[in-house]
Design a protein around this ligand. Sequence first.
Ligand code: API
Length: 277
Amino acid sequence: MLLHFTKMHGLGNDFMVVDLVTQRARFDEACIRQLADRHFGIGFDQLLVVEPPRDPDMDFRYRIYNADGSEVENCGNGARCFARFVCDQRLTHKREIRVETQGGQLTLVIEDDGRVRVNMGAPRFAPADVPFDATEDRPLHDIVVDGETLQVGVVSMGNPHAVLQVDDVDNAPVETLGPKIESHPCFPRRVNAGFMQVVSRHAVRLRVFERGAGETLACGTGACAAVASGIRRGLLESPVDVELPGGTLTLEWAGDGEPLFMTGPAVRVFDGRVPLG
Ligand SMILES: N[C@H](CCC[C@H](N)C(=O)O)C(=O)O
């Protein structure tokens, strides 16, 4: 069968988006890895699969798979691209869209300027919610990597994040330290590793070595985790501009227990068809 798909990106974090409302297909881990391959496949950081909702109060369900084939709970840049996709495909006429993901429920608003504003829900810090092997919630936790003790902010945006503050993201050891944090034994489901440089109380620079995808040009949930950790540590004040290699997101958070809002672009690159099965 030929599967129709759309290639999209959010600040260079790129996606293959598939509508399984009007199509039928099944993806196993090996198939996703092959499709994700940037030489032998289509190439993407994540696969986004749009399905009818299971909860009647939701408009859609969307499932997220990393390039390594692992299914994950949330994807901030993907949520914006999902909203643009269902609107462009005429799967909905709404401009406020409620969607269920493995990590919870999101509300997305397509703004007049084409950007998408996402209610990402409330960041969570309890180790059990991340999950992270620790007994209590702290602004910073120690983890030991190659004999060196690192202090990281640990945050769940539905998916797990470790945020390491650095002096200069351009010189941060993302390629070498990123994978070691990603697979650190303290994170039983692995973790996304963020490297955050504080520029001012309302601006940070960020690079993210993503769980299951490696370093990406942008990570929406990573930006949320970095800002939540920074505000909690008294380093930042809402709103915060997060400059990622692929561009800038604006985030707003009123503090513990409150939802975090992310606003940014979503871009269609091309439509395609791929033989499957
Ligand atoms: N790699 C992430 C999923 C994609 C998140 C990222 N692309 C975003 O925009 O939030 C994880 O394994 O939790």
